[in-house]
Design a protein around this ligand. Sequence first.
Ligand code: NAI
Length: 351
Amino acid sequence: MRKGSSSNGARAVTLIPGDGIGPEVIAAAVAVIEHTGVKLRWDEQIAGMTAFKRAGNPVPEALLKSLRATGVALKGPLETRVGEGYRSINVYLRKTFNLYANLRPVRSFQGVHTPFRDVDLVVVRENTEDLYAGLEHQITPGVVESIKVITARASRRIARFAFEYARREGRRCVTAIHKANIMKLSDGLFLKCAREVSSAFPELRYEEQIVDAACMRLVTDPQAFDVLLLENLYGDIVSDLCAGLVGGLGVVPGANYGDKGAIFEAVHGTAPDIAGKGLANPIAAILSGAMLLEYLGHQQAARRIRNATGEVLQSGNTLTRDLGGSATTRQMTDAIIAAMGPRTSSAADRA
Ligand code: NAI
């Protein structure tokens, strides 16, 4: 993936509406981004079940070509059938474009009622290996093997990403989460690499916790955590748990970063139970859009989106059903756009 811009100067970004609620929440994110005045040229591409049904291929060549050209994407969720069908396109894209770091900021919002207050943590998940390497086979009927791959190279790389992020963002602590008491070799190697990397960041506290104990602590004392560093599987599971601390999957954004590109997407999936009904909470996709703007250098536009989202949630007047309200996706999007104030007409807001 490499960064590209179109002939009229607008930055080209691959837009993947995705499956299920994807097209609804991605349309909301695009409307909000466009309201900032930042000029982007969206190169819309199908993927996942939508592409499989339309073109017989869940990862069309046109999608890969677009990603190679733009180097950056805003993506909706993609359907992956449980226990059958094609392999996860998300995993495929992250591996193909070497988007090794998955970053998910999890923050409490005033106005969103949960049993937890003042949660402010960041999940950093390794994205390319672990049990997600897809190495599964049947040894004999009734016996299957799934191989967990952990390498020093990928472990050091994700640890460095987490510590550098923590340093840049003025965070205080990185907690490596593991099960090295049982998986002594694989998780042991992950921990060894995290420890090595931590020594280059003396101003940051480094802690280790076993994943089961960490889950218990997350739901009893979430404020004890700052930056969480996890392998792929634990990171996937703990991300959803953390989303639950701050109001659910509808409000947590995410990004997959590599050295040469990034794909921005919410933590949530296609939500088939509410797809097509206009009920989805667009905030996770909208905040993923803010992360994309930040990545492209538009810090002020990103802040404007975050502030407006915070205001709408705090007022409590326009909340989608998952947050206890009755607003539609469209109503919530319109409320955020209204809170942003008048549309900015140029991209001259680079901070
Ligand atoms: P899910 O995240 O789609 O849904 C879990 C629950 O959260 C559902 O009750 C849903 O209605 C609710 N929910 C999720 N997002 C919401 C939103 N924005 N607003 C309001 N409610 C929301 O997870 P599930 O059901 O496990 O997966 C469904 C499909 O999504 C599967 O095919 C899975 O593979 C795929 N998936 C794709 C992801 C991606 O493309 N990054 C990530 C996670 C799942």
